[in-house]
Design a protein around this ligand. Structure first.
Ligand SMILES: Nc1ncnc2c1ncn2[C@@H]1O[C@H](COP(=O)(O)OP(=O)(O)O)[C@@H](O)[C@H]1O
Ligand SMILES: Cc1cn([C@H]2C[C@H](O)[C@@H](COP(=O)(O)O)O2)c(=O)[nH]c1=O
Length: 207
């Protein structure tokens, strides 16, 4: 498979700065751009938001196929997608088609779920982007502050390893929270009364 240099990816665990990067690139372009987010992602309503405070208004989609109606009769060069893994439909078929039509695509997504399993459509996508367009981002482990590549889901402060629904949006339900974890702590239960760390930047990313 030949990599397509019009495909840019920002992927990694939660808190790693994927939305932050997407917003930065979106804001760096003046025109002919459009940005989408999944309708199911109720966090931030109709905005793509980053925990560093950045936000930009986006069009909500349920199924990736809906993208076509927003591209009719409008001169667009750059298409942005946040939280790609949450979109319904044949992600790779639509992305291949958009690339054939010569759009530049900028995609932010988790690559692994809360159990550490790959989102298969995203894994396929990553392989299609050339190495120099692939930004594998890392967060800081919520336990030890070291670079972290995993995300865990905690329900009532216990690790969720019960195969509960793959998608549960992080929209402030108190009993469900997500944390980023390093290799050493990915199976460690939540440490209660831990001193709260302030994370100012997630600029840890490797190609
Ligand atoms: N555990 C953490 N590791 C790294 N950054 C964090 C963490 N917790 C909060 N942050 C903050 O979140 C920002 C990235 O947030 P965001 O763009 O929403 O990431 P993502 O879209 O990958 O979840 C960082 O720049 C930093 O300010
Ligand atoms: C790991 C994991 C996460 N989610 C949800 C939780 C959040 O709403 C988003 C990820 O947001 P972010 O911009 O990367 O911080 O996805 C999920 O539904 N299932 C999972 O396994």
């Amino acid at each position: 498979m030949k990599a397509n240099s019009n495909l840019y990816l920002y992927y990694g665990p939660m808190f790693s700065g994927k939305s932050k990067k997407l917003i930065e690139v979106y804001n760096s372009l003046k025109e002919k751009k459009i940005i989408f987010k999944p309708k199911i992602d109720t966090r931030g309503k109709n905005f793509v938001i980053s925990r560093d405070g950045g936000k930009v208004e986006a069009i909500p989609l349920k199924n990736i196929k809906e993208v076509y109606k927003y591209l009719e009769n409008i001169d667009i060069e750059d298409i942005f997608f946040d939280e790609m893994f949450m979109l319904e439909g044949d992600i790779n078929i639509v992305i291949d088609d958009l690339l054939l039509k010569n759009y530049r695509l900028h995609i932010a997504s988790l690559e692994k779920n809360y159990l550490g399993n790959d989102f298969l459509e995203i894994k396929k996508l990553i392989k299609k982007s050339p190495e120099y367009n692939r930004h594998h981002l890392f967060a800081r482990c919520h336990i030890c502050n070291m670079p972290s590549a995993w995300t865990v889901r905690l329900i009532n402060n216990h690790l969720d390893n019960d195969k509960s629904p793959e998608i549960i949006v992080d929209d402030q339900e108190d009993q469900i929270i997500y944390e980023s974890r390093c290799d050493e702590h990915r199976f460690t239960e939540k440490i209660l009364n831990q001193e709260v760390k302030i994370y100012e930047d997630s600029e840890i990313f490797y190609k």
